[in-house]
Design a protein around this ligand. Structure first.
Ligand code: NAD
Length: 278
């Protein structure tokens, strides 16, 4: 955890954190930041990830119970909501930090997708946000004024070839955040996505060409790529009461990449490459 001792921004707040797999996971860093800010929460991940991962370590450090849940399974999501209420009562924030593409994993090119796997990419990475909000409402697990954040990527707006069908999944995720956000707004509940820059995690580095995407973004972004801990700090503000009227937004957390064209550093690098070729 960073030197930051916290500001008590989430004191008294309760939440559900999806997607912490190992120490590098953005959700792991967010869980530590939420703890630092005084929140209580449950941790959840797919049963298979719980077997492979190291979530018990995070559970010990944060005092958070772990509840298994495959987000593609309605029963699992409903049970998670019921168990969360038993552990904590109703919650004030939800983090969706879930993404997986079998096509990327199995190296299927975008023009030759396996459609069953494509549906799985969409189900796991995007429709799951809908399913989580649906069951949270049905089981009355969200407090009025709660804040929901899902992690996205700029592939939702622009083509990043190596990101393949995850570009489509993120576009759907952001659309669901807007549409569900409009339905929950009468209760003061906000739903946003944070569009995070490339970050060295298990899901991130699993993408072929990740190093190139990471370096490109870092060279273009005036502030450089933000780390997972910096993403966690930003996320805390969205869970806090300081952002009560921010909803249905896709918020770039990328050091300025999204609004940049080319940087001086990149121009110099390219000039060197072409000078060497001449
Ligand atoms: N790493 C990056 O470069 C980057 C950039 C922008 C956005 N994101 C997004 O951040 C989020 C978190 O990813 P990360 O980079 O921390 O990687 P990660 O691999 O640590 O997290 C992905 C998580 O999704 C979980 N998951 C997969 N299938 C699931 C299922 N069926 N049910 C429940 N959970 C399931 C995994 O177990 C894992 O914990 C993802 O949405 C990812 O797309 C990552």
């Amino acid at each position: 955890m960073s030197e930051n001792k916290g500001y008590g921004l989430l004191k008294g707040k309760k939440g559900i954190i999806f997607g912490a797999l190992d120490e590098r996971s953005i959700a792991w860093r967010i869980a530590l930041a939420c703890k630092r800010e005084g929140a209580e929460f449950v941790l959840t991940n797919a049963p298979v990830a719980l077997r492979l991962g190291t979530l018990d370590g995070l559970s010990e450090v944060t005092g958070a119970p772990v509840i298994p849940c495959d987000v593609t399974d309605d029963k699992d999501v409903e049970t998670l909501m019921e168990k969360t209420k038993e552990e904590l009562g109703k919650v004030d924030f939800v983090l969706h930090a879930i993404g997986m593409s079998p096509n990327i994993r199995k190296k299927k090119p975008y023009t030759d997708l396996n459609y069953k796997w494509f549906q799985q990419s969409l189900d796991i990475s995007a429709i799951s946000l809908h399913r989580i909000l649906h069951w949270a409402e049905k089981t009355d697990t969200l407090n009025d004024g709660a804040s929901v954040v899902a992690l996205s990527y700029i592939g939702a707006q622009r083509v990043f070839s190596k990101y393949s069908d995850m570009n489509d999944a993120k576009a759907l995720l952001e659309s669901i955040a807007r549409n569900y956000g409009s339905r929950l707004a009468p209760r003061g509940i906000r739903v946003n996505t944070i569009s995070q820059a490339p970050t060295k995690t298990s899901a991130g580095t699993g993408i072929k060409g990740f190093d190139g995407m990471y370096t490109f973004a870092d060279k273009i972004a005036p502030l450089g790529n933000p780390t997972a801990d910096e993403c966690a700090d930003y996320c805390v503000t969205l869970f806090s009461d300081l952002t009560r009227k921010v909803t249905m937004q896709n918020l770039y957390h990328d050091g300025g990449f999204a609004t940049s064209g080319i940087s001086e550093a990149m121009i110099e690098d390219l000039a060197k490459i072409y000078a060497d070729e001449e």
